[in-house]
Design a protein around this ligand. Structure first.
Ligand SMILES: Cc1ncc(COP(=O)(O)O)c(C=O)c1O
Length: 358
């Protein structure tokens, strides 16, 4: 147990439905100051006004990117309450990420207590509109005021939150993604499976080039053979091949997505066979062209389940591009989307204990 002190409470943030993702924040943030090698006596947090948070430009995290984060959602429940989806898996992944980035490993029970108390404090910000939720963003970062690379002694843990509606646009709107063998996001023994700032920094340039081709996201291939599908910049990748629900196997270069795990767990109850395997992009193209693969989609906490309608493909950055079109309907992806949404909001029960009530 830790002690969490709380500031005055402000009224919930005002927003118009479907705000731009990650821009409308609940007015409070949780902050806990830690040291890398400290003990349990240190665990003391406060919930304060977001506007009171100082941000010194000499902080080492700004220069060297030593930070890890999580992204999860709190949903309004059928019974009027609020619950967080699979918080335990996020707590575990956060701790693993911290270990790899030489940041203080916060015990899962401490992480979960902070999360629960913070979410309860801001619960009147959890939106009630269909397909909306409160996106929770825990962040742990190096906080030494020092411009020299190395493991920081001081760390700060935060939890902040923002109103989430659709990620790509309207529900069911199909995304267009770009594949180019020149793009690299993560490589073996690197940081690919760690939820750390560096991975996202590496994806910004490819993402910008993709946007110039009117693509919403980049689908990254592996960094060694430039052939096997890893994941998208902020989502995992799935394909429907007959009754198979196929996704790239975890390989150290992709994030062990909580949504990915949940879909694999749910597959049998939907008559689907979960398959985790190495997925060749050339084979995927042939399978789409010959109708063996009928749907592909992205999934993640933010994007939920987002059907992909088109894959824009370039062998090299300066080569001619080809467009691969998927069949016009994404029935299986949308059925998965609906089922997941019902579980997340307490309308259907999950195979395990997936909801943390706050
Ligand atoms: C790189 C990357 N892959 C996959 C995912 C999906 O993971 P999750 O389902 O845990 O949100 C995310 C989102 O957090 C991500 O940033």
């Amino acid at each position: 147990m830790i002690r969490i002190t709380k500031s005055e409470k402000l009224p919930p943030v005002q927003y118009t439905p479907n705000p731009l993702f990650g821009t409308v924040f609940a007015p409070h943030v949780l902050r806990m100051d830690l040291t890398l090698d400290g003990g349990p006596a240190e665990f003391e947090a406060r919930i304060m006004l977001l506007t009171d948070e100082p941000f010194p430009c000499t902080s080492s995290v700004l220069h060297y990117g030593q930070s890890v984060f999580e992204g999860m959602k709190a949903y309004k429940q059928k019974d009027g309450g609020v619950a967080i989806f699979r918080a335990d898996l996020h707590a575990k992944r956060f701790r693993n990420s911290a270990k790899r980035m030489v940041l203080r490993e916060i015990p899962e029970e401490i992480f979960l207590q902070c999360l629960k108390e913070y979410t309860a404090f801001v619960a009147d910000n959890v939106p009630g509109e269909p397909d909306h939720s409160l996106y929770l963003r825990p962040l742990l970062m190096a906080a030494d005021r020092k411009i020299k690379v190395g493991a920081a002694k001081k760390n700060i843990f935060y939890i902040m939150s923002s109103i989430a509606g659709g990620y790509f646009g309207k529900k069911g709107e199909r995304a267009r993604v770009m594949v180019c063998r020149d793009f690299v996001r993560a490589f073996p023994n690197g940081l690919g499976e760690v939820k750390t700032a560096a991975n996202y920094a590496a994806s910004i340039w490819p993402q910008r080039l993709a946007a110039q081709k009117e693509c919403n996201q980049v689908l990254f291939l592996d960094a060694v053979e430039h052939e096997y599908i890893d994941e998208l910049g902020g989502m995992n990748f799935f394909a429907i091949r007959g009754k198979d629900l196929v996704t790239p196997a975890l390989n150290g270069c992709i994030l062990n997505g909580v949504t990915r795990r949940s879909l694999l767990d749910l597959a049998p109850s939907m008559g689907l066979n979960p398959v985790e395997t190495r997925m060749s992009f050339s084979e995927l193209r042939a399978d789409i062209e010959h109708g063996r693969i009928t749907e592909v989609f992205a999934c993640g906490t933010a994007a939920i389940v987002s059907p992909i309608g088109e894959i824009y493909y370039q062998e090299k950055l300066d080569s001619h591009g080809d467009l691969l079109r998927l069949p016009p309907e994404s029935k299986v992806a949308m059925a998965i989307y609906e089922k997941l949404g019902k579980i997340q909001r307490g309308y259907e029960s999950a195979p395990g204990n997936w909801l943390l009530k706050v």
